[in-house]
Write a protein that binds this ligand. Structure first.
Ligand SMILES: [Fe+2]
Ligand SMILES: [Fe+2]
Length: 336
């Protein structure tokens, strides 16, 4: 693909001259700053040659506008000017220009500088694309591995029907309904997948017991929260640290009667309180080896009853306000 160069200069003779010198490139030209900016957005040039002295909007102002525009700010700018002296150069460089060429032009110099900066720009853009691609691959792999690790515990307990995926997506939605920033909500979405990872250490006969637990079985079952925490807490990754916290806290209750630590109110992290709500919400609506699925009416009543005791009342209210939407979202197999 031929490289595109945009010239912004109010003197047509200079535009013609540059057009001749850079005859192997695609040249676009504008006679004033405003049209130059419009054309820049339209053609997305690989380089801009920018005159300094122009009526209305001078080259510095055009440069400032280009640098303030996220889609244009990385395009290299070379200033063109008849002005002598280092002040002009300095101002240009301070505004983010990459180079400076004086009029009248020395053709080979102009050509060499333009080509150098186009090549640098292309290299930089290619590199950024590569980094972006690699980063998104690492993120995908990360998500898959997190999901895989968590699924081992889920499969062991024969909790079919994508409980983890639903807890993850619904926790994200609830976090967003609570006005938590999208980047934070995404972290909760990923980390919540790990909430029951500690169940890998719970014997199958307990996990899949039909009927009531004996007291000592219940004590063993409860250890999954602590074990999940122990498994993840040494990680150097913030996401795993959050997973550790959620695993630790998802059975804590707002009034302090939960386990394993008996934390109350905001001693439990916000993520922990959100996942506590969603984990119960999804589990009650789910059929398990030990219970039938509850009706949405019964689940709603349960949350009304447990508001402020088991669950954070504010989070509970947000769920209750949008209850039907959350139930249908849960049934729709959506991906947040
Ligand atoms: Fe759990
Ligand atoms: Fe769960």
């Amino acid at each position: 693909m031929t490289s595109k160069v945009l010239i912004i200069d109010d003197t047509p003779e200079y535009i013609d001259m540059i057009d001749d010198i850079l005859d192997d490139l695609d040249i676009f030209a504008a006679k004033d700053g405003l049209r130059g900016l419009e054309l820049a957005s339209k053609v997305m040039p690989h380089l801009i040659l920018l005159d300094i002295n122009m009526p209305d909007m001078n080259g510095y102002d055009v440069c400032r506008k280009l640098k303030n525009d996220n889609s244009l700010k990385k395009i290299p700018i070379i200033f063109l000017s008849a002005n002598e002296g280092c002040d002009f150069e300095e101002i240009g460089f301070n505004l983010g220009a990459v180079d400076y060429v004086s009029k009248p032009f020395n053709s080979p110099v102009l050509k060499a500088r333009v080509n150098t900066h186009i090549n640098l720009y292309k290299l930089q853009t290619d590199l950024e694309k590569e980094v972006q691609k690699a980063t998104s691959e690492i993120n995908d792999l990360n998500n898959e591995m997190t999901y895989l690790a968590a699924s081992i515990a889920e499969m062991k307990s024969k909790e079919t029907g994508n409980h983890l995926k639903r807890v993850s997506n619904l926790s994200f939605m609830l976090a967003r309904s609570l006005n938590i920033q999208i980047s934070e909500a995404q972290k909760i979405k990923m980390a919540s997948i790990l909430h029951d990872i500690g169940k890998v250490a719970i014997p199958d006969y307990i996990l899949n017991k039909i009927g009531k637990f004996e007291p000592q079985e219940w004590e063993i079952m409860k250890t999954h929260a602590q074990i999940g925490y122990e498994m993840l807490k040494e990680s150097h990754f913030a996401l795993m640290q959050l997973g550790a916290k959620i695993a630790h806290e998802h059975h804590e209750k707002y009034d302090g009667t939960g386990y394993p630590q008996g934390l109350a109110k905001d001693e439990i992290s916000l993520a922990g309180r959100i996942v506590a709500v969603i984990d119960v919400f999804d589990s009650l609506l789910d059929k398990r080896v030990y219970k039938e699925a509850w009706s949405s009416k019964d689940v709603r009543e349960y949350f009304i009853k447990m508001r402020g005791t088991h669950f954070d009342p504010k989070i509970c209210d947000v769920l209750l306000e949008n209850f039907d939407a959350y139930v249908s979202l849960r049934e729709s197999d959506f991906d947040a």
